[in-house]
Design a protein around this ligand. Structure first.
Ligand SMILES: [Zn+2]
Length: 267
C-alpha cells in the first residue's frame, strides 16, 4: 500500500541514505542549504491529528519539515500545532484570506494580519503558503499584487519565492505523485520532464541517481497506517477529485460543489 506512514518512513530514509538534506521551506529561504536537498512541505488541510503522526515519523529520523496550518477548525488545532512546533518543525500559515473576504483586499489584509499573529503565538512564522480554495473564484495569491511579504516580516511563499527552474516540484494530490490534473490552483509548470506515479518509483529514481538534486515535496497530511482510514480517505479523495474535475467544466455542478464546500468548511 502506498501513502501509508510506513511508506513515508521508507521514502524519507531513501532520500537520507542517498545524500539529500531534508529541510524546511524556511531553511531553503534562509539560503543555508547544500547542493542536494529535499524541502518537505505539508499542507494541513484537515484531520490535524494525522499531521502529528507524520511529524513524529520525521522527528524519529531527525528531520525537520514545514507544516502549513489553515485557520479553519479542521486544521487549526492549538494542541497539535504546539506539539509539532515543540518537535522542532516549522509552522507556517496556510492562508485563504482573500477567498474568505470575497476579494475585499482591505478586509483580507486585516484578517491575514490577525491570523498570522495567532500562528506566531506558536512559532515565529517566517513563511506562508496559499490554500488553493478551488471552489472560490478568488485566487489567494492575488493578495500579493497589492502587498509584500516583507510588510509582514515574511521570508517566503512557496508559489512565489521558489526557483522552479532549479527545483523539481512534486505533490501527492489525489494520492498519486502525478495526480496534478485534479489541482485547480496548485499548479507549477514542470520543467524537468520527469513524472512519478508511486512512491516506489520515486525511491527507485533516488537510489539510481535519476532523481533531481533539488526538489520540493508537498505531502498532504493524510498518509495513514489504519487500513480503515486509508480506505475511506482514498475513496473520498477519488470522488472529491472527480467531482471537482467535472465541476470545473460544468457551471451547474460547480455551484453545487461550491455551496457544499462552503457548508463543510464553516469557520
Ligand atoms: Zn490547502
Amino acid at each position: 500500500m502506498d501513502f501509508t506512514l510506513k511508506t513515508y518512513t521508507q521514502l524519507l530514509k531513501t532520500f537520507l541514505s542517498n545524500g539529500y538534506s531534508l529541510i524546511t521551506y524556511e531553511m531553503y529561504r534562509s539560503g543555508n542549504v547544500n547542493d542536494k536537498f529535499l524541502i518537505i512541505r505539508h499542507d494541513v488541510d484537515e484531520i490535524a491529528y494525522n499531521a502529528l503522526k507524520m511529524a513524529d515519523v520525521e522527528k524519529k529520523l531527525g528531520v525537520n519539515a514545514t507544516y502549513y496550518f489553515r485557520i479553519v477548525k479542521q486544521s487549526n488545532n492549538p494542541d497539535i500545532i504546539r506539539k509539532i512546533a515543540e518537535m522542532g518543525h516549522e509552522i507556517g500559515y496556510h492562508y485563504e484570506d482573500l477567498a474568505f473576504a470575497k476579494g475585499d483586499m482591505e478586509l483580507a489584509r486585516k484578517n491575514f494580519e490577525e491570523n498570522l499573529a495567532y500562528f506566531r503565538t506558536f512559532y515565529p512564522v517566517k513563511t506562508v503558503c496559499m490554500h488553493g480554495s478551488s471552489s472560490s473564484k478568488y485566487d489567494n495569491r492575488e493578495f500579493w499584487k497589492k502587498y509584500n511579504l516583507e510588510d509582514f516580516g515574511l521570508l517566503g511563499e512557496p508559489y512565489l519565492t521558489t526557483d522552479f527552474n532549479k527545483i523539481f516540484y512534486f505533490t501527492d494530490t489525489g494520492y498519486a505523485w502525478d495526480g496534478g490534473k485534479y489541482s485547480v490552483r496548485d499548479v507549477v509548470e514542470n520543467k524537468f520532464g520527469q513524472k512519478f506515479h508511486s512512491s516506489k518509483q520515486i525511491m527507485n529514481a533516488v537510489k539510481n541517481g535519476n532523481f533531481p538534486q533539488q526538489s520540493l515535496m508537498l505531502a498532504h497530511t493524510l498518509w495513514s497506517d489504519t487500513f480503515f482510514q486509508w480506505m475511506l480517505l482514498h475513496l473520498r479523495e477519488f470522488f472529491r477529485n472527480n467531482i471537482k474535475y467535472m465541476a470545473q467544466r460544468n457551471k451547474f455542478l460547480n455551484n453545487i460543489y461550491a455551496s457544499a464546500v462552503k457548508a463543510y468548511w464553516k469557520r
